[in-house]
Write a protein of this length. Structure first.
Length: 542
């Protein structure tokens, strides 16, 4: 739902902020007051075309902001256009491309009026509206079509698969990778290689330690050679005998330390001996990683090399068995095409039956909306299968007797298109519960009389029961049905024209309806008629 529309320096609007509400919002005003500027502003913020001519004279830029809300929250769309014609756009205050505004806008608002993009003219929308009217379930066809798309993709992939040259290359590559005998044990080859390299250094240091401690010329030997000296000294120095015992204890401890070092490093001998083989293995793995894992950002690991081998073997298998697989794929594709065409024919039959009912209901509704001699029909013709069906749905319309029916896309009158849309909305919910939450009708009642205008107003009110409706109107019989009434007026001051918009209620609304009925001459009879219309509509907001 459109909650708020803010306009600054756009054409004759210096600044205006309009807070719309749910249900039917009507906008009225004298000819030239600026009603169309509001719709133009909405179209602009929804991604419409913009140029410098829309910027108010003397201003640097025009700005439009629209705030929408639904069950999921609010979203703000904003757009500016400079006096030089440069345009910028934002979604929730984040910079966006105009195309993003347009895409988001299609889900938020459907505008019907002069220079508007009429969704009703789109074949896809017409088909969806027919399905909504007929309560047609397309899931069966969609499933069949999905299988067709998958089967076609599988066949095309086989057709695009390589020939003998690629197969020869794959045979060499898979042979090279298989010859490497890669396994999960190779994953830690780098750490094992580093450990083996360190083991050699550690063994050399351990040898130095054991030689220094327990070798013939080591510390233990040196201390042992002193034992006879201590024994000779003990004849003159009694304490020397104790020194000899201490020396013997030192020798034992040095020898034990030497054995401990030797025992602790004994296991490194085998690892150090593996260094040469590990060095060769690591070099081979590094070479394969550089060759097969060279894409930017690709993780280099043995596990990834094993995956590459599996992928290349699968690709080679696909090429070598291409003809058999292609035959199977063609068979599967033919079956999918047959199933899709069968489902499409069944869907088309349902649509054709629904089309006859829609023609009858819409024609009756159009005659009530000011087309007493109109003709409306729905063509359902076979077509090549696509996502939504194997048919083409075209709405045909002739507003006057003696005129040939034309596709709605070729109808020039925006007012006629808008009333067709309203008729379809009334009979089938063509705007759809799944469609935009806001529908705008700009001058939908152009060129029709009071009685038809009253009907149009009632239908707009009915349509507004399920979504927000904004209607710009010049007929009082239409305007009285609005739940909210906004008046657009202009004033001239200081040689400049300014347009203002405000919601009117009570006696102000009576005065506006009276103005629409009788112009400037607001006699008591006209005011009484205005009050009666408001009371009759049941929408008087006093």
């Amino acid at each position: 739902m459109l909650e708020r529309l803010t306009v600054r320096n756009l054409a004759v609007v210096e600044e205006a902020e309009v807070a719309f509400g749910p249900g039917l919002n009507v906008v009225t005003g004298e000819t030239g007051a600026g009603k169309s500027v509001l719709i133009g502003a909405l179209g602009l913020v929804l991604g419409g075309r913009a140029d410098s001519s829309i910027v108010r004279e003397g201003a640097k830029e025009a700005e439009v902001e629209a705030v929408f809300s639904d069950a999921s929250g609010t979203v703000s769309l904003r757009r500016t256009v400079t006096a030089e014609g440069r345009s910028r756009a934002w979604i929730d205050d984040e910079s966006a491309a105009v195309s993003e505004l347009r895409e988001r806008g299609r889900d938020l608002v459907d505008i019907h009026g002069p220079q508007a993009n009429h969704r009703l003219s789109e074949p896809g929308f017409q088909r969806a509206a027919l399905d909504a009217f007929g309560g047609i379930d397309v899931s069966g066809y969609s499933a069949a079509y999905g299988e067709l798309v998958a089967a076609r993709a599988a066949r095309d992939a086989l057709l695009a698969s390589g020939g003998e040259d690629e197969a020869e290359l794959l045979r060499f590559q898979t042979g090279e990778l298989e010859a490497a005998g890669l396994s999960a044990e190779d994953e830690d080859i780098a750490s094992r290689h580093a450990a083996a390299a360190r083991a050699g250094d550690t063994l050399r240091r351990a040898s130095e330690v054991t030689e220094g401690l327990g070798g013939d010329e080591g510390a233990a030997g040196i201390v042992s050679s002193l034992l006879p000296v201590f024994a000779a000294m003990s004849r003159d120095i009694p304490a020397a005998s104790g020194w000899a015992e201490e020396a013997e204890d030192v020798v034992v401890r040095l020898q034990e330390l030497s054995r401990s070092v030797a025992d602790a490093t004994a296991g490194l001998s085998e690892l150090a001996e593996d260094l040469e083989s590990l060095d060769g293995r690591l070099s081979e793995i590094n070479r394969l990683e550089r060759k097969y894992l060279s894409r930017p950002g690709e993780t280099r690991s043995v596990a990834r090399l094993i995956e590459v081998l599996a992928e290349k073997k699968a690709r080679l298998d696909a090429i070598e068995n291409r003809e058999a697989r292609l035959a199977e794929a063609e068979k599967a594709l033919a079956a999918a095409e047959s199933a899709t065409r069968s489902a499409g024919a069944a869907l088309m039959s349902k649509r054709a039956a629904a089309a006859r009912r829609l023609e009858k209901a819409a024609t009756a509704e159009l005659r009530a909306l000011g087309f007493p001699k109109s003709c409306f029909s729905v063509k359902v013709e076979p077509a090549e299968p696509e996502a939504e069906g194997a048919d083409r749905v075209t709405y045909m319309f002739a507003p006057n007797p003696g005129e040939a029916e034309l596709p709605l896309a070729d109808i020039a009158s925006s007012g006629e298109l808008a009333r067709v849309m309203l008729a379809l909305t009334t009979v089938s919910g063509a705007a759809g519960a799944k469609g935009p939450g806001t529908v705008v009708f700009d001058e939908i009642d152009a060129n029709i009389g009071g009685e038809a205008g009253w009907t149009v107003g009632g239908r707009l009110r009915d349509a507004a029961a399920s979504r927000q409706v904004l209607a710009v109107t010049h007929l009082p019989q239409t305007a009285v049905h609005g739940e909210r009434h906004f008046s657009v007026s202009k004033v001239v001051s200081g040689g400049r024209t300014r347009t203002g918009v405000r919601e009117i209620k009570g006696e102000e609304r009576v005065s506006e309806i009276a103005r629409m009925l009788g112009g400037e001459r607001l006699t008591s009879v006209v005011r009484k008629h205005a009050k009666e219309l408001l009371e009759l509509s049941g929408r008087n907001r006093r």
